[in-house]
Structure formats: C-alpha cells, structure tokens
Ligand binder design. Structure first.
Ligand SMILES: [Ca+2]
Ligand SMILES: [Ca+2]
Ligand SMILES: [Ca+2]
Ligand SMILES: [Ca+2]
Length: 648
C-alpha cells in the first residue's frame, strides 16, 4: 500500500509537471486483477481451505524468484490423483494475457467451492484430476501493475533484441506522463503512413503517391537512449513463453540465448507434464489426457483444429554483398557442378490437424460456443505455442481460448485465414492494411530492414488483425466503453524528433477485458472444463467369458470397450507414439500345466474409437480349476483393471 501511495504521488507529480492527457482513466485497467502477491495469497488460500482435495506445488521459479504455482484438484473418492485421467489448465503464457490467469484461478475456486455441493462437480472430481497452472509467466504479468503501462508479452530474461551486444539498453519512455506507452507519429517525407480520412485517430499505410507533407513515421513512445537512430528497440527483457515450446519453433535459435524451451517457465511446464520421477518409477503426470490453455490463440470460438503459423523471427543483420563472389567461387569450383540453389529441407513436423482428429476438434468447438455463449473470436496462427506442443507432440486434445476479442464484430472469414506470415514481411512490401494499432507501431521504424523484421515479429505479441479490427475496437471504445481506450493524438515537443504527436490505443485494452467480466467467464469456462474432462476415453473390460470345450480345453473371451467420447489416442497421438497403448495381459497361476493354444498372452492396442469394442479370444490347454488373471492397462483411458477367472 505504501508503495502504491508513493507511486500515486510520483505519478501525480509527473502528471502535473507535464500536463498529461486524461490520466485518471488509465489507472484502472488492472483494477480487479491480481498482482503476483495477491495472486499467491489467493491460490494459497484456496489450497489451505480445501486440503482434502487440493495440493499446491511450485513447479519452478522465474528469474526474479517468483513461484510458478500449480494447483492440483481431485476428489477424495476414486483412484489416487495421479491415476485418474487429468485435464491440464494453463494460463498467462503471454505476460500481458492476464485474463487467462484470472479465469484459470476462477475455475479453481469454482471447482473447490462446488465439490460436495453440486453433483456434477463432485462426480467429475472423484473421477478426474485437474492440474491448474494459472500464471505461467508471473514476471511478465507484473508489467500490468506497473506505474507506466506497457504491453509486455515476454518474461524478464534480459535479451539483446537488436543484436548490438547490449541488453535492454533502450526501453520506451512515457514522454507525456499519462502513465502509458502509446505511439508517436511524426511528419516525415519518407514515412509510409498517412492519417486515415475515415477516422483521423487511425493511421494507415499509404496506398498511392501521396504528397510528402502528408506522410508520417510511427514510433513507440520514447527517446532513442543509445543513439542508434532506433527508438525503444530493446526494452526490458524477455521472450514470449507461448512461442518457446518445442513444436513448430523453427530450426534456428531465435536471437541470442533463445532456443526451443530456453525459458525457465517453458521448461517448468514441460517438466511437469513429462518428467520421470525415479522415486515413483514413473512419469506421474502422464495421466494428462487433455489441455485447456488460455492464451491469445483461439481454436474454440475462432475456428477448430490447429493450423501452425510460420515460425519466423528476426535474424541478425546479413553480411554485406561483398561476400558473394567468394561464395560463387566455391560453388563453381565443385567439379563443374552447376551453381543451382539447394532446396530447403522440408520441415518434417506436422503442421495441421490430422484429418481423423478433425471431428473431435469440431465437436468440442461447437460445444464450447454453446456452453460459453462465445461464438467468435480473433486469432492468429500459432508458432512454438503450448497449443501446438500439446497436440502435435504430447498427442492429447489441446484447446485454447483467448477469452477477449471483438466478439460480435468478428470477421466473416474464418480467422485461420489470417496470414501470419504476411505480417512478418518488411512493412514496405505489404500493401496498406493496417491502422494505428500499437502492436504494429514498431514495424514502421524503417531505420533498417533488420529492425523492421524484428519489430514486426515483436508486434505479433500484441493483437494484430486487419485494419478493420482497429476500426472495430474504436467502435467498441466509443459505444461500449464510454469512449475510454484511445489516447487522443496530442502535440509534443520531442528532443530528438522535433514536433511529434503522441496517441494511440491504451496498452492492454485489447487483451484483457474489464475485471467485471471475469466472474462470468470463469463460471462458463469451469463448465466447459468439466465438459472437456467428461469426454476423455474410458477403456473398460467386459465380463470375461469362459467356455469349456473339452475336459482340458477352454476358451476365454473378453471384450474391451471405449465408453468415453474421445478416442483412445488421437490420430496425432498414434503418430507421435507419446501415449502408451492399451494393453491386455494374461497371467496363468500354473505355467507348467497351462498352455496357450496359439496366440499371445499379451496384446497391445494402439487405439480404440469412442463406442467401439474389441474382442480378444484365447484357447487354453489346462486342467480344470486353474485361475487366470486378466489385466487391462490404459494409462490414458482410466488406468488399470484386473479380473480373475477360474477355468471350469
Ligand atoms: Ca540490444
Ligand atoms: Ca504516454
Ligand atoms: Ca535506440
Ligand atoms: Ca527509449
């Protein structure tokens, strides 16, 4: 509190000194959201008050020493929590996506409060385990509660974003003292932007020949601290955790010190799902049969299935052309081989939903819309996300909801069509389509192609849609948010750029809804999580049948059913072989006197569709009265079942 008061005082002071643009309205965007301290307190409280059914665990620590909390919720009845099938719920992979973390926490609260009260919840928790990691990126999340708001999707690991060997040397500055980092537009005859005539708040790329006097350049708000002519190109830390997973990460390291699973947060989650614990002689969390992710990607309301984006990322500046003749020399020198360009190796990773799994995604998506009432959403294509890793590599059905986008005004075209790759092209090559979105602000810093490429990659971390989405956000701000959300362009005298105007969308506004929506979102998504958990495959063994064929010859028959709604193993799971097969095994009580007449004592079944059954038949030579133990193992389909028969 003390800090807040002091921060408030400094804020007022600064505001007073620089004559701010409406400061009061900006301080509230994080109101009702949990900062790390209050979040930790809340999750600890939930665990302490519900000891019977919860377990709170820190699955890792961030660079700043913050815990990554995982709350396990599982009812008192039924098998042990790690033997029940589990749903993993994970939020706040992107530092600025706070709503995911609040909704995940809300789901935890809902489940514990309804256990023992509401039949549906009680039954489901007695049958299933929920692993909830509401805040995977707590360092990044803290930016939301800072005095000056600046959207930050990464964590806090210092990173050299512009390859100049300096770390975090040029962050943004709140020049007009309104408590927000927005944009600066400045008249520049080489600029690529013009003011949109339809709505002068928006900027759009110039289309035809435009008089020099109408051209603008756009920069993020701040000064060039290191004098390299780039403005705010390397701010405080970090890589986006939701781009750091092992699938579709691309084949190169991405910037200095960044490679697949390079971040602590990413590793913490991967370890949690997959680590082998010698003491337990198993991977205890391989009981995860599905994932529900809250992130900026959406495959529930914005479409269904998963289509990977292009894992592009800025590369270090290329060496100048001078090197070319040498290369030519080497190529020509190879025993008269023609200097044909080599084809790039094909990426062997699957990039889209297996056609056999499509119905599963379609069904769940349909149900999601029904349960939550959210009928549409905006989403880019993912690259290196948890969504992709969960499905393409772990092989479990994985879903992501972004929880907040322009719902009613969503585009007619499915958002999957939105070309992410296009956004990574240098700004000049892309025809005018974009407005003043903060996300794209940096793409126009055309001081060098490298930075442009870098910044366009960075811009993807915030919402980047078509220009029409900017218009729609303005419409939403004007009609539904009392006009709050866009900082009016106002003149400012910049010490390096001369006269500029500062303005643009308020940070975080297009990522997180007002806090009063969280409760309803939590409830509907808790319902959805319960639904999802109820769909998992349930592999059961029917009653064994023994038939006496002659005095020493018996026939044993069993049927294995999938009584769940999901298949045992997605088609992708069969492809990755990351999920154990269903195994049927016989054990004779007297191997000397009992023999199988053909066949095998063990059968492995890689998949079983919902509603399907599979019959197994054995002929056994044995004296009467002997026993056989039948074991059915389905790690992801309800665990182990044992039955015994007597041959008679
Ligand atoms: Ca740097
Ligand atoms: Ca500002
Ligand atoms: Ca700079
Ligand atoms: Ca700066």
């Amino acid at each position: 509190m003390k800090f807040l008061k002091r921060a408030g005082f400094i804020f007022m002071l600064v505001s007073f000194l620089v004559a701010p643009v409406k400061a009061a309205e900006t301080t509230k965007i994080s109101a009702g959201y949990h900062d790390y301290e209050s979040f930790t307190k809340s999750i600890k409280q939930i665990a302490a008050k519900n000891k019977r059914i919860t377990k709170l665990e820190s699955i890792g620590k961030t660079l700043k020493g913050r815990d990554i909390w995982m709350l396990q919720i599982s009812g008192v009845k039924g098998p042990k929590p790690e033997e029940k099938q589990a749903l993993l719920i994970c939020g706040n992979l992107e530092g600025d996506h706070l709503v995911g973390s609040e909704v995940a926490l809300g789901i935890a609260e809902f489940l514990v409060s309804q256990y023992g009260k509401e039949k549906k919840v009680t039954q489901m928790l007695d049958k299933r385990t929920f692993y909830i990691v509401p805040r995977l990126n707590p360092d990044g999340a803290e930016f939301f509660f800072k005095k000056v708001l600046n959207e930050h999707s990464g964590n806090l690991k210092p990173r050299d974003e512009d390859y100049d060997w300096l770390l975090d040397e040029d962050g943004p500055e709140d020049l007009n003292g309104d408590g927000m980092i927005t944009l600066m537009r400045v008249k520049d005859k080489e600029g690529e932007w013009i003011i949109d005539k339809k709505d002068p708040r928006l900027m759009k790329k110039k289309e035809a020949e435009i008089p020099d006097t109408e051209r603008y350049k756009i920069y993020p708000e701040g000064i060039d601290n290191d004098g390299d002519d780039l403005f705010n190109e390397d701010g405080p830390g970090g890589f986006n955790i939701n781009r750091n997973f092992l699938h579709n990460f691309g084949y190169k390291p991405k910037g200095l010190g960044v490679y697949a699973a390079s971040e602590r947060e990413t590793r913490a989650l991967i370890d949690f799902t997959s680590k082998y614990i010698p003491r337990l002689k198993t991977q205890p969390h391989r009981n995860i049969c599905g994932m529900l992710v809250f992130s900026k990607y959406d495959n529930l309301a914005a479409g269904s299935g998963i289509e990977c984006g292009t894992p592009t990322f800025p590369e270090p500046p290329r060496v100048e052309r001078a090197a070319a003749p040498t290369m030519m020399f080497f190529r020509m020198g190879r025993r008269g081989m023609p200097a044909t360009p080599q084809a790039r190796p094909r990426d062997p990773q699957p990039k889209s939903t297996d056609s056999k799994d499509k119905y599963l995604f379609d069904t769940v998506s349909k149900k999601y819309k029904e349960i939550t009432g959210i009928k549409s959403a905006l989403s880019e294509k993912p690259a290196g996300s948890l969504l992709e890793w969960g499905y393409f590599q772990l092989g479990v059905p994985t879903f992501s909801a972004n929880l907040w986008s322009l719902r009613e005004e969503a585009p007619k075209k499915p958002p999957a069509k939105m070309e992410r790759g296009a956004q990574t092209k240098p700004a000049q090559t892309k025809p005018a389509q974009t407005g003043a979105a903060q996300g794209r602000q940096t793409r126009t810093m055309d001081r060098s192609a490298m930075m442009q490429q870098f910044m366009s990659a960075r811009s993807r971390t915030t919402r980047t849609d078509s220009s029409s989405s900017d218009e729609k956000w303005l419409n939403w701000i004007d009609k539904k948010n009392k006009g709050i959300g866009f900082v009016k362009w106002t003149k400012f005298n910049h010490k390096q750029l001369g006269e500029v105007e500062i303005g643009g969308f308020q940070p975080y506004l297009r990522i997180n809804p007002p806090a009063d929506q969280i409760q309803a979102l939590s409830k509907s998504h808790a319902e959805f999580a319960l639904y999802l958990a109820s769909q998992f495959s349930e592999i059961e063994m029917g009653k064994p049948e023994v038939k006496k064929m002659s005095s020493n010859l018996f026939e044993l028959k069993i049927k294995v059913h999938n009584r769940g709604k999901f298949p045992y193993m997605t088609a992708m799971g069969q492809r990755t072989r990351n999920i154990s097969s269903i195994m049927v095994r016989l054990k004779f009580d007297d191997d000397k006197k009992m023999k199988l007449f053909g066949g095998s004592k063990r059968y492995d079944l890689s998949s079983l569709e919902p509603g399907a059954e599979r019959e197994y038949k054995w002929v056994i030579i044995s004296p009467p009265g002997k026993k056989i133990d039948i074991t059915l193992q389905a790690r992801n389909g309800g665990g182990t079942t044992k039955k015994q028969v007597v041959l008679k």
